[in-house]
Design a protein around this ligand. Structure first.
Ligand SMILES: *[C@@H]1O[C@H](CO)[C@@H](O)[C@H](O)[C@H]1NC(C)=O
Ligand SMILES: *[C@@H]1O[C@H](CO)[C@@H](O)[C@H](O)[C@H]1NC(C)=O
Ligand SMILES: *[C@@H]1O[C@H](CO)[C@@H](O)[C@H](O)[C@H]1NC(C)=O
Ligand SMILES: *[C@@H]1O[C@H](CO)[C@@H](O)[C@H](O)[C@H]1NC(C)=O
Ligand SMILES: *[C@@H]1O[C@H](CO)[C@@H](O)[C@H](O)[C@H]1NC(C)=O
Ligand SMILES: *[C@@H]1O[C@H](CO)[C@@H](O)[C@H](O)[C@H]1NC(C)=O
Ligand SMILES: *[C@@H]1O[C@H](CO)[C@@H](O)[C@H](O)[C@H]1NC(C)=O
Ligand SMILES: [Cu+2]
Length: 614
């Protein structure tokens, strides 16, 4: 449940960033004015005369103007509509839309997925795929803008379409799929028909031959993923096992609730407030190391409520935020989260009974909550206690309102349903027993595994502002150096020398977190000790033994939290998550990628390509 022992790591200060944020976010101050003068060279007199807020079109990295105050829990939780997917191809577009994200907020401009502009929403439609039944989707781009409505930073590697337009490409996160359908960052397309150099097709096909799980689809264009996903290009995708459907042991239909979490910041007119002036605008005009919004949304509504009957519910949770981690808890002390699955499907261990849940960007959780002992009229809040950035942030980016997420409102059964629909209270026990009995623990041998060492490193400017974070000191554009063999078992050791926890995602496969081990960061970086010495000899930088994976690391994962000042080891088998050969040739096409899922990091080179070989 707890993070690693804090004594193990060596905090670097973040004072520059936090001080600026505290000063800038309070109100229109002299400092704001000075910074505006510096950046936009407006006149002092002009600055002082304008009323507070109105002129603040410029938005400083990590010092955003607070959003308008919004009453919490006034909007009903929306449920994205479902579309079954199978071998009959359907067309899904990216559209420019306006959507109401809160009762009192004017409609917000978004880019979103849908079959038409009228039906496009954030989150996009929920796709319902069936195990081992191919799904065909034709992904289209109908975004009419010549220029993105969010600020593109051209100083970082990005798609750079010559004829303008907003490029898009779709990654089905967690899917075990051919690389031509994986949404490779350079395989983008624009409405004008221009595309990136690894583009092959927009007619995608997903085999759905993997452990049944909740996946999600989202944009993945090189250098603007953070903008396209923030703009709304994301949605859920279930791979369902027909067996699960038949047993009906788990709450389903209206009792299975998709729960897409994210944070955003707004201007009073409803527009998304995204920084257009970077920490160090000389180096990166608009790029900002992490985007944190002060408004928490679930399924595209700010602080919604959900009416629940006194029974068991299943929550399918995704953290779709750019950078915010959530540590969720329930205000009703008698309730627990029963965690039955994660990114790669059901747990292979017993369900976990938890009071709190740490969930990083892109991670998913499959949860049961039993409201059956509660009375009509009872309310239960879902609260959040994670600092931002995680784990060493202060309150600057987690103002009090970000501590609340959603309100469950317990309601009496309608008379009509009292008789038929009301399930017995033993539901939870049966469901949990089913998960336990259905588990097939896969024994994977790591003894002869090849080890890859992947150093995560942040580079700062002279004032301590992060400028870039790299993996093995290589950029996205450096050549591929990682060529795992199809079917091989490998251990990927993430050596995190930065102050942040990074949710590191590997495409194509589901992995297991094997362990994590603390090390001396200074010694490692100055070369006085070593880590990359193989399995037989222990590295000399370690300051303690390997620790077992944390509770949020268990199960099959495609994205996991890599702690600062620890080496986190992923055990990877380059096969399907259920231990079969891939039903396609994974060595073909542009290849796969691994990256940090803090999208602001990913876009600024914390992403690398990799390719499989036979
Ligand atoms: C999450 O919050 C709970 C309190 O609600 C706390 O006990 C727990 O340590 C936190 N988890 C992490 C990983 O910080
Ligand atoms: C909304 O307000 C912001 C801040 O004043 C401004 O920059 C933006 O252009 C406005 N958007 C619209 C659509 O009016
Ligand atoms: C296949 O998907 C289409 C489009 O969503 C749907 O209309 C149809 O019912 C599905 N067919 C099957 C056999 O599920
Ligand atoms: C949880 O959030 C609710 C609603 O904002 C608040 O009233 C309550 O005090 C919070 N509980 C905790 C433990 O923070
Ligand atoms: C930007 O970085 C350069 C190089 O480190 C540094 O000289 C300059 O002071 C930085 N500017 C700001 C505004 O921090
Ligand atoms: C990273 O690579 C650059 C050249 O691309 C080199 O100048 C620098 O010394 C390297 N830094 C580290 C820490 O390896
Ligand atoms: C390297 O780091 C170690 C451990 O922090 C420290 O003891 C040592 O003095 C450093 N050496 C140099 C050359 O900076
Ligand atoms: Cu990161």
């Amino acid at each position: 449940m707890m993070g690693p022992n804090h004594e193990f790591y060596n905090r670097r200060t973040r004072s520059t960033r936090f001080n600026a944020a505290v000063i800038m976010s309070t109100s229109w101050s002299c400092l704001d004015c000075l910074r505006l003068i510096l950046v936009t060279s407006c006149l002092v007199a002009f600055c002082w005369e304008l009323p507070s807020g109105v002129e603040a079109e410029d938005s400083f990295c990590q010092a955003l103007t607070p959003s308008p105050t919004l009453t919490q829990f006034v909007d009903k939780l929306p449920i994205p509509y479902q579309i079954p997917v199978n071998t009959t191809e359907i067309s899904i577009g990216a559209w420019k839309i306006k959507q109401k994200l809160h009762r009192d907020l004017p409609p917000t401009t978004l880019y979103a997925y849908g079959e038409s502009q009228e039906t496009a929403r954030f989150p996009g439609p929920t796709f319902e795929a069936t195990l081992d039944v191919k799904a065909r989707i034709h992904w289209e781009n109908h975004i009419p803008d010549n220029k993105h409505f969010l600020p593109v930073d051209t100083s970082i590697n990005w798609a750079h379409p010559k004829h303008g337009g907003v490029p898009t490409v779709v990654h089905l996160h967690g899917a075990e799929t051919e690389s031509i359908y994986d949404g490779h960052p350079d395989a983008w397309w624009t409405p004008k028909g221009e595309h990136g150099y690894t583009y092959v097709t927009q007619h995608y096909s997903y085999p759905n031959s993997q452990r049944p799980a909740l996946l999600w689809y989202h944009d993945h264009v090189v250098g603007i993923t953070r903008l396209n996903v923030l703009a709304g290009l994301a949605g859920l995708y279930f791979v369902r096992s027909p067996k699960d459907k038949l047993t009906k042991l788990f709450p389903y239909g209206e009792y299975e609730i998709p729960f897409v979490l994210r944070d955003l910041q707004f201007w009073a007119n409803g527009s998304i407030n995204f920084p257009n002036i970077g920490d160090n605008a000389t180096i990166h005009p608009t790029w900002c190391p992490e985007y944190f919004g002060d408004t928490i949304l679930v399924n595209g509504k700010a602080w919604p409520y959900l009416e629940v009957y006194p029974r068991v519910y299943r929550l399918r949770l995704l953290n779709a935020a750019n950078a915010r981690f959530f540590n969720l808890s329930l205000s009703e002390p008698s309730l627990r989260f029963h965690k039955i699955g994660t990114d790669g499907g059901y747990l292979e261990t017993k369900p976990q009974i938890l009071k709190s849940l740490l969930v990083a960007p892109a991670e998913r959780l499959d949860l049961l909550i039993d409201f059956s002992k509660l009375k009509p009229g009872d309310v239960v809040y879902v609260n959040n206690s994670a600092p931002a950035p995680f784990p060493d942030g202060t309150d600057s980016f987690s103002p009090p309102q970000t501590r609340s997420v959603l309100k469950f409102q317990v309601t009496a059964w309608p008379n009509s349903r009292q008789a038929r629909g009301r399930p017995s209270n033993s539901d939870l026990r049966n469901a949990l027993q089913y998960v336990e009995s259905a588990r097939t623990v896969q024994k994977i041998k790591y003894t002869n595994a090849l080890h890859r060492y992947l150093r995560l490193q942040e580079f700062d400017d002279a004032n301590g502002n992060p400028i870039v974070s790299l993996i093995e000191n290589r950029t996205w554009r450096d050549p591929v150096v990682d060529f795992p063999r199809e079917g091989a078992v490998e251990v990927w050791e993430w050596i995190n020398t930065t102050p942040d926890a990074h949710p590191i995602h590997v495409h194509l496969i589901q992995f297991k977190v094997l362990n994590l081990q603390p090390f001396d960061e200074n010694g490692y970086l100055n070369g006085s000790c070593n880590i990359e010495v193989g399995f037989s000899k222990p590295g000399t930088c370690f300051t303690g033994p390997p620790l077992p994976p944390k509770i949020y690391h268990t199960g099959f994962k495609d994205t996991a939290i890599v702690w600062p000042n620890f080496v986190t080891r992923y055990g990877i088998r380059f096969q399907t998550s259920d231990g079969r050969r891939f039903p396609f040739d994974p060595t073909l096409g542009p290849g796969y990628v691994f990256h940090c899922h803090i999208l602001d990091h990913e876009d600024n080179d914390m992403m690398r390509p990799y390719k499989l070989i036979h």
